[in-house]
Design a protein around this ligand. Structure first.
Ligand SMILES: *Cc1c(COP(=O)(O)O)cnc(C)c1O
Length: 456
C-alpha cells in the first residue's frame, strides 16, 4: 500500500481489541528469575503469595509457559470504553523536524485516568471481585495508577485504599481529588497509619517519600486487613501481561498497512508500558522471525537500567516484600523529587531486566529539562499535552528522527505515548519559569544504596 494511504489515526474496530493477553515469558529461553521469599531465599510458591495477591493473579504471575491467556468478557466490556486506542502517524512532527523518518505513536491517554495503567487496573479489580474480596490496597507515585485503580474499583464496587508518595500528594492535589471522586481513600506516604511508615518517618524525618515506602505501607495494610489484597501497577509479570494489549493492538494496526517498525521506544519506570508495547514484537525477535531495535528510556535521576546492578533486591523500602532479580539502584535509593513521578521506582521489571541482560534491548537515560523541551515541541505540533513520563520516549524518538535526518535514512519509529499531562502542570510551570533542575545522582549515592542490597 502506498505511503500516503496511511491515515493520521489508525483505529481498529471494537472486535479487534485483543481477546487474549500475550505472555512474553513463554517465548523467552532464559526465563526471568523467580521471586524469592526474603526469609528463606527460596522461590515463592503460590501458597506463599496468595495472602498478598489475588489467587488468579498469582497464577498469572507464576505462569511462564502459557503464551496466550484469555481476557475475560467482563474486562473486555470495560476495555470497550477506551479501547482500541489509536495508533497515530506523527505527520505534523515529522514535517516540523524535516526528517525522512516515519514516526508512529500508540496513544494510551484517552481515558479519564489519563494513562495506560487502566489496562491492568481493571484486570486486577476484576480478579479481586471474582474472589469475593472487600477491597484492595496499593501505592501510587505520580497518581496515575491510584486514579486508574480507583476507577476500576468503583466499576466493580470494591473498596480502594491508596498510599500516595508524599511529594506527589502535595504537588498534585487534583489527582487526589479524582481518586476521591471515584471513592478511594488516599493517604500521603510515609504515614503514621502503619508500622513501617512510622519506622521510615523516625529514620528519615521530613522525607518526601518514595514508591518503595508506599508499597511497604500498602502491603502491610493488605496483609493485616481481612478481605483485602495488595495490587501493584507495574513491575510484576502479571502487569506486563495485561499491558500486552498495547503492543498487540499497535502491531495489528501496523500489520494492516504493511508497516514494520525499525525502532521501538518506550519510557521505563517499572517497565509495564514498555513491556506491553514491545511484547508481540519482542516475541518475534525471540523466535527469530524478525528483528527490531528496542530502546527503554529512563530519567537520569533514577537510572535503574543504565547505572543499576542486576541483582536480587527488595521491591520496597521497608524490605518486607519478596525479592526480585532486577536492574536496581537499591531499595534504599530515594530519587530526587523530580517531576517524572511515574518513573521514580528504584528497580525494573524482572522480565525486561532479563531481556536487557541478554542483549535483546537497549536503554538510555535523559535529563528532565530536555524531556520537557521535547514535550513542548510535541504538544505544539501534535496537539496532545503529553505526560512527563511519556515525554521521555518523545525525547528519544525525536533524537532518533534527527539522526535519520543526518543520514537520510527513512527509518520507521514507533513509540509509546503512555498518557496526558494535565495533572503535571506544576512541572510544566517550573519548566516554563526556568526553575527546573536536572538532578543526577552521584556514583557515591548509587554505590551507597547498592552496598545495602540483600546478600543472596
Ligand atoms: C506509570 C506511568 C509510566 C511508567 O510506568 P511503567 O510501568 O514503566 O509503564 C509511564 N507513563 C505514564 C503516563 C505513567 O502513568
Amino acid at each position: 500500500m502506498s505511503e500516503n494511504k496511511i491515515p493520521y489515526k489508525i483505529y481498529l474496530s471494537e472486535d479487534e481489541v485483543p481477546k487474549a493477553w500475550y505472555n512474553l515469558r513463554a517465548d523467552m529461553k532464559n526465563k526471568p528469575a523467580p521471586l524469592l521469599n526474603p526469609g528463606t531465599l527460596k522461590p515463592l510458591t503460590a501458597e506463599e503469595l496468595t495472602p498478598i495477591f489475588c489467587e488468579e493473579l498469582v497464577k498469572q504471575e507464576l505462569d511462564e509457559n502459557t503464551a496466550f491467556i484469555d481476557i475475560p468478557q467482563e474486562i473486555r466490556d470495560f476495555y470497550r470504553m477506551f479501547r482500541p486506542s489509536p495508533l497515530i502517524r506523527a505527520y505534523c512532527l515529522e514535517e516540523k523536524l524535516k526528517t525522512p523518518a516515519k514516526i508512529y505513536y500508540k496513544f494510551e491517554g484517552n481515558n479519564t485516568s489519563g494513562s495506560h495503567k487502566l489496562n491492568s487496573a481493571i484486570a486486577q479489580a476484576y480478579y479481586a471481585k471474582k474472589q469475593g474480596l472487600k477491597g484492595v490496597t496499593t501505592e501510587t507515585g505520580a497518581g496515575q495508577w491510584g486514579t486508574a485503580l480507583s476507577m476500576a474499583c468503583s466499576y466493580f464496587d470494591l473498596d480502594c485504599k491508596v498510599y500516595m508518595v508524599k511529594v506527589s500528594y502535595e504537588q498534585k492535589p487534583f489527582r487526589r481529588e479524582v481518586m476521591r471522586t471515584y471513592g478511594a481513600s488516599v493517604v500521603p506516604s510515609p504515614s503514621d497509619t502503619t508500622e513501617v511508615g512510622r519506622k521510615i518517618l523516625a529514620e528519615f524525618p521530613g522525607t518526601t517519600g518514595s514508591l518503595g515506602c508506599a508499597i511497604s505501607e500498602a502491603v502491610e495494610v493488605a496483609t493485616k486487613s481481612e478481605g483485602y489484597r495488595y495490587v501493584l501497577g507495574s513491575v510484576l509479570n502479571q502487569v506486563l501481561l495485561h499491558q500486552s494489549v498495547i503492543g498487540l493492538e499497535a502491531k495489528a494496526a501496523m500489520d494492516k498497512y504493511g508497516v514494520k517498525p525499525d525502532i521501538i521506544i518506550g519510557c521505563a519506570g517499572g517497565g509495564s508500558n514498555l513491556g506491553g508495547l514491545i511484547a508481540p514484537f519482542m516475541g518475534e525477535k525471540l523466535r527469530g522471525e524478525a528483528d527490531y531495535r528496542i530502546i527503554a528510556v529512563e530519567p537520569a535521576s533514577c537510572p535503574s537500567f543504565t547505572r543499576g546492578t542486576y541483582a536480587y533486591d527488595f521491591c520496597d523500602t521497608g524490605m518486607i516484600c519478596p525479592l526480585a532479580k532486577m536492574y536496581t539502584l537499591g531499595s534504599s535509593f530515594i530519587p530526587s523529587a523530580n517531576h517524572a513521578g511515574g518513573l521514580r521506582f528504584h528497580g525494573m521489571s524482572s522480565t525486561l531486566s532479563q531481556l536487557y541482560d541478554d542483549g535483546y534491548m537497549e536503554a538510555t537515560s535523559v535529563e528532565q529539562t530536555s524531556v520537557f523541551e521535547a514535550a513542548e515541541q510535541f504538544a505544539r505540533v501534535e496537539g496532545i499535552l503529553p505526560a512527563p513520563e511519556s515525554s521521555h520516549a518523545i525525547r528519544v524518538a525525536i533524537d532518533e528522527a534527527m539522526k535519520c535526518k543526518e543520514t537520510g535514512e527513512e527509518k520507521t519509529i514507533l513509540f509509546g505515548l503512555t498518557g496526558t499531562g494535565y495533572f503535571d502542570l506544576v512541572a510544566y510551570e517550573k519548566f516554563h519559569n526556568g526553575e527546573m533542575s536536572d538532578y543526577i545522582p552521584t556514583d557515591e549515592e548509587i554505590a551507597a544504596s547498592i552496598a545495602k542490597l540483600p546478600k543472596v
